[in-house]
Ligand binder design. Structure first.
Ligand code: B12
Ligand code: SF4
Length: 422
């Protein structure tokens, strides 16, 4: 049997995007991880459409099955590819976060264009599906309501990645936990998986294999909140000290209250960290239930990490109910004071199923749902409280421009200013 696993490109309002949405030095975990569970007698190829021409360079008709991973933002391209590829003969199986979004509302759509849809986490189902396929008994939908086991995961098949098509320096993704124990009111993460950890030793062995077998001692942890549990963080980071592995992660400012974890992280190879500050205004953070740190604590931690040479990133969302037009200046000043290396901004987007969405719905302030498959990061889909939608977008663009033009010469960048790894 021959199988092709595909991560599609993204349609933007300007057309099919290649090599723009994310730096090509980075590859995502999904395909190498799924490939590792394919029976050894099968032939497997992987394609990242952001850096390869799938339709030109691959003989698609030669595969028995093509598996496509899809986030909602990739759905338009996924459906287009599924239709084309099925017309050429192979069976098409689709999985990924889009199958979960909005109470599985997209599954019937995906199902019309594919032979089989795997809903949600696939680790166990994927192996079952491949066995069914080999017997000629492929089912239309595979869905499990049980969280998959977190131990003894296979080593992702990075040996199948053609790194010559991906610019160096290379960074490999790993994850040590799925889901998130927090319940920030704007975030949909709870829809995707329950919070649970992989055994520390499994993670350690994986990272050593990245270093020794793939010769890449640089890792980005894809956990939603990597350092959220201090005791476990110390256990894992203690194992990494002295191993020569450098890494980045995203986590939360709870870290400010655990200086021992900060020290373990620095000793264990932390080079870049991304924090969700979400808002510099305490009232907004009360609404989001992110009250486990104060802005002065966040500032102290950011400066401590800056001094230690770590690249720091903060993520801010504009449009919460306590944001008025002054919030833009306050945010810019926060970023300058704390010497952050990168400032990632977004306009609040209410995701169906979240407490934020329900809050805005109750107040009659929801304007529209996100158009399927197209993500306009500047679309204001709700009525802001203390400013107009235009002020919100203009303020966002103004902070973005000012930060881009600011003198950032004393900032830290792990792999250079052009490589964003988180
Ligand atoms: C790392 C990450 C990124 C990275 C890299 C992208 C990547 N795909 O790795 C970066 C920073 C670039 C990124 C960007 C974005 N991301 Co992102 N990201 C993640 C994150 C934290 C981890 C993804 C990961 O590696 N998971 C581990 C792998 C193994 O899991 P998985 O891909 O889900 O695959 C499992 C199942 O879904 C299934 N499966 C997946 N594909 C397939 C295919 C087949 C055939 C089968 C059978 C099964 C299957 O099997 C796997 C094993 O169980 C997730 C949150 C999360 N915890 O999952 C968000 C998440 C995927 N991102 C999300 C979003 C919204 C985005 C952005 C659109 C944000 C933005 N507005 O810019 C962009 C899109 C950019 C793009 N696609 O190029 C959403 C997607 C929601 C949705 N419904 O689509 C998530 C779920 C976060 C969230 N809770 O909102 N992201
Ligand atoms: S915003 Fe981050 S910390 Fe909050 S629930 Fe989502 S993933 Fe977890």
């Amino acid at each position: 049997m021959r199988i092709l696993l595909v991560e599609p490109a993204i349609y933007t309002p300007a057309g099919l995007d290649k090599r723009e949405m994310r730096p090509t030095q980075l590859i995502s975990l999904t395909l190498p991880y799924l490939a590792a569970m394919v029976p050894p007698e099968w032939e497997v190829d992987l394609v990242y459409e952001v850096c390869e021409d799938l339709e030109r360079d691959y003989d698609l008709a030669a595969y028995d099955v093509v598996g496509i991973t899809t986030q909602t933002i990739q759905l338009k391209r996924t459906l287009e590819l599924a239709r084309t590829i099925r017309g050429l003969g192979p069976r098409v199986v689709v999985g990924g976060p889009a199958t979960v979004e909005d109470d599985h509302s997209l599954v019937p759509v995906i199902s019309r264009f594919s032979d089989s849809v795997v809903v949600g986490e696939a680790d166990v189902l994927w192996q079952r599906l491949l066995a069914d396929l080999a017997r000629g008994e492929l089912k239309k939908i595979y869905q499990s309501h049980e969280p998959v086991p977190m131990s003894d995961h296979p080593l992702p098949r990075f040996d199948l990645v053609d790194f010559s098509k991906i610019e160096a320096p290379h960074v490999l993704p790993s994850f040590t936990a799925r889901g998130c124990p927090r319940r920030c009111t704007f975030c949909s993460e709870f829809l995707y998986s329950k919070w649970r950890y992989r055994p520390v030793n499994d993670v350690y062995e994986e990272l050593i294999a990245y270093r020794d077998r793939f010769h890449i001692p640089r890792v980005v942890f894809r956990d939603d909140d990597f350092l959220v549990f201090p005791k476990r963080s110390n256990q894992l980071l203690g194992r990494l000290a002295g191993e020569g592995i450098e890494w980045g992660c995203q986590t939360d400012f709870n870290l400010a209250r655990h200086p021992d974890v900060v020290q373990s992280a620095l000793d264990g190879g932390m080079r870049v960290v991304s924090f969700g500050v979400e808002s510099v205004r305490e009232k907004n953070r009360e609404f989001t239930e992110k009250t486990f740190f104060t802005i002065p604590e966040a500032e102290d931690l950011l400066l401590r990490l800056h001094e230690a040479g770590v690249e720091t990133q903060v993520n801010v969302i504009f449009g919460f109910d306590w944001d008025d037009p002054d919030v833009f200046d306050e945010t810019y000043e926060f970023a300058m004071r704390t010497k952050v290396s990168r400032l990632f901004l977004s306009v609040l987007y209410p995701i169906p199923g979240t407490p934020l969405y329900e809050h805005l719905g109750r107040e009659g302030r929801l304007l529209e749902k996100r158009p399927q498959g197209i993500d306009d990061p500047l679309a204001v889909t709700f009525t802001p409280k203390l400013m107009t939608a235009d002020q919100l977008v203009e303020g966002y663009l103004d902070v973005e421009r000012r930060f881009a033009e600011a003198d950032l010469t004393n900032r830290n960048y792990w792999l250079g200013k052009d490589l964003v790894v988180i």
